[in-house]
Design a protein around this ligand. Structure first.
Ligand code: B12
Length: 500
């Protein structure tokens, strides 16, 4: 029986997480095809391990999960080498980068098929077709591949009933890598579980990479199933906290309340991502129950305090700048920490307008801190994603911005940091603008260090705050080298890059 070798390239973080992308797909072939996993987050030399396994001749498929950013540093050179060393091996890529940059991936000639969006059904069907020598894949959804040099995109499948999907093969994973190595110590707990309970998001924000793939669709697992999986991981592997990796965990108040009632007795701390306007519609009782059930912090896409810009971003829903402030205040009453992410540096008609919006967003972030100083602030610099047809992406294209056409160029020094959303190569952003945002972020993080950096001692926090106080209070952000030095020296941890 032909075997499948899955590869989870090293991500940005120093804390390996349960590789849910690969596990979901492996679950779909479990019991039908033998599979193995190489996790770049737990291997010092994943390339050699992969080549040695493929050299055994037992494998026919090399299946890689690829999100943008640091994972590309391993995914690209290793896939290229597999093509050169083992030309008979079929190479399949899935995940956000592969789905959003599929043309560049296929044009590399070392990626045979892209799984576009969920692979739970299409991946086993693809392997079956290959095994049976079937060359007509037109009936298999969510695939992109080349035929006679032309790219073929098969139909996009509906989102699946998440409770009907096969059980995540945790025990099998544990055989490859002890599961406890994936349950890291974080701000939430000493053994933090990364769990994914839903796909997609009902909204279409034009800066978000989820949109081109899911087009405002969302499907979630039931509260019971989530609870069953979590309790199993707690009882079998000591998990005591949960990071919900859903793009939007809190879509349904009913599901959230049901889950809170179930998990309350387990004394676990948990975190997830949601929308301000959605949770602001939750009843006080629901928010109080969530906190009592362990929900300590929630990540929200605040984006900007400017309602016009929110419109340009197709943020949709009812979110406004005023609501962002009011909700930060409201959550304080429930002792739930809002983690607000902002997107600065969006395109505008003139450099003056770009700079004016940056100034306005920085002033707005200060207002948020004034109404609720515990609010965690994450600052992203807008980096385009191909939301074809959106007003914002059209502005991006009009500015002359283009993604690299050659796959290897994504790991060139110029581009490898692109998706870290810290210094994108967008023509309307000058170095002066990026420096202004970076310096503000440095002073803000100095005066209000993130609670999620568990290594920072109370004394270090106090020192950093005192040193940053004058600058923050007088809005003097230029050249914050003294604060930068402290953050560097104490390896200040930014959750948006490394996770908790
Ligand atoms: C966990 C996670 C991380 C972890 C890394 C995990 C790891 N791989 O080790 C950490 C915290 C380190 C991280 C960091 C970053 N991340 Co991140 N991350 C996620 C997150 C929250 C969950 C991914 C996941 O496990 N999903 C669950 C699985 C089941 O879903 P899935 O991945 O979609 O998999 C399905 C399909 O895509 C497909 N599939 C996926 N892979 C494969 C592979 C094969 C072979 C097949 C057949 C199918 C297949 O089938 C699966 C089952 O249906 C996603 C958002 C999300 N909810 O997906 C963001 C997300 C992928 N990250 C994102 C980004 C931008 C980053 C950062 C660059 C952010 C930053 N500023 O630094 C960094 C650096 C990334 C890096 N490369 O290291 C963006 C990507 C946006 C984009 N432009 O494409 C996302 C989408 C968040 C967002 N909403 O914008 N991240």
């Amino acid at each position: 029986m032909s075997k499948i070798l899955f590869f989870n390239p090293r991500a940005a973080s120093t804390k390996p997480r349960i590789p849910n992308s690969i596990l979901a797909v492996a679950a779909a072939v479990e019991g039908r095809y033998a599979w193995n996993l190489v996790d770049g987050n737990l291997e010092t030399d994943p390339a050699t391990k992969i080549f040695d396994l493929l050299a055994t001749g037992a494998y026919r498929y090399f299946a890689v999960t690829v999100m943008p950013g640091p994972q590309l540093r391993q995914a690209i050179p290793i896939s290229k080498a597999v093509r050169e060393k083992f030309p008979h091996i079929r190479i399949i890529w899935g995940g956000y980068f592969a789905s959003n940059q599929w043309k560049t991936c296929l044009d590399s000639d070392f990626v045979d098929v892209i799984v576009y969006g969920p692979g739970d059904k299409c991946f086993p069907a693809l392997i079956d077709a290959w095994e049976q020598g079937i060359t007509d894949w037109s009936s298999i959804p969510n695939l992109i591949f080349k035929q006679d040099g032309k790219a073929i995109k098969t139909r996009k499948d509906e989102l699946y009933d998440q409770d009907s999907l096969p059980q995540i093969p945790y025990t099998k994973l544990d055989a490859f890598y002890p599961l406890k190595r994936y349950l890291g110590k974080t701000y939430l707990g000493t053994k933090t579980i990364a769990y994914h309970s839903s796909f997609g998001c009902p909204f279409t924000c034009s800066f978000c990479a989820v949109v081109p793939i899911y087009n405002a669709r969302w499907k979630g697992k039931s509260a019971e199933l989530i609870y069953r999986d979590i309790v199993w991981l707690k009882e079998q592997h000591g998990g005591n906290a949960i990071e919900f990796h859903d793009n939007n965990f809190f879509v349904s108040e009913k599901r959230t309340v049901e889950f809170s009632k179930l998990i309350q007795k387990e004394n676990m701390i948990w975190w997830g991502e949601g929308r301000i306007d959605t949770l602001d519609k939750y009843k006080d009782e629901s928010l109080a129950l969530m906190r009592a059930a362990g929900c300590k912090m929630i990540f929200f896409g605040a984006e900007t305090g400017n309602d016009e810009v929110l419109k340009k971003m197709d943020k949709g829903g009812t979110q406004t700048g005023a609501q962002i402030l009011k909700f930060a205040e409201r959550l304080r009453k429930f002792d739930i920490i809002p983690e607000y992410s902002f997107v600065l540096g969006t395109p505008a008609d003139t450099p003056e307008q770009v700079m004016k919006q940056i100034d306005e967003d920085m002033a707005f972030i200060r207002k948020v801190k004034a109404v609720n100083p515990d609010t965690e602030i994450i600052i992203y610099v807008y980096s385009p994603v191909p939301t074809e047809g959106s007003e914002m992406y059209q502005k991006v294209l009009d500015s002359g911005f283009r993604f690299p056409e050659k796959l290897e160029d994504w790991i060139s020094p110029a581009w490898e940091k692109f998706d870290l959303r810290k210094n994108p190569l967008t023509p309307w952003l000058t170095a002066e603008m990026v420096d202004k945002i970076r310096n503000f972020e440095t002073v803000l993080n100095g005066y209000y260090p993130t609670v999620s950096d568990i290594r920072l001692t109370p004394l270090q926090r106090k020192l950093m705050k005192n040193v940053s106080a004058l600058r923050y209070k007088t809005s003097m952000y230029g050249w914050p080298i003294e604060i930068k030095a402290m953050q560097k020296f104490w390896k200040y941890r930014q959750p948006e890059v490394e996770g908790f």
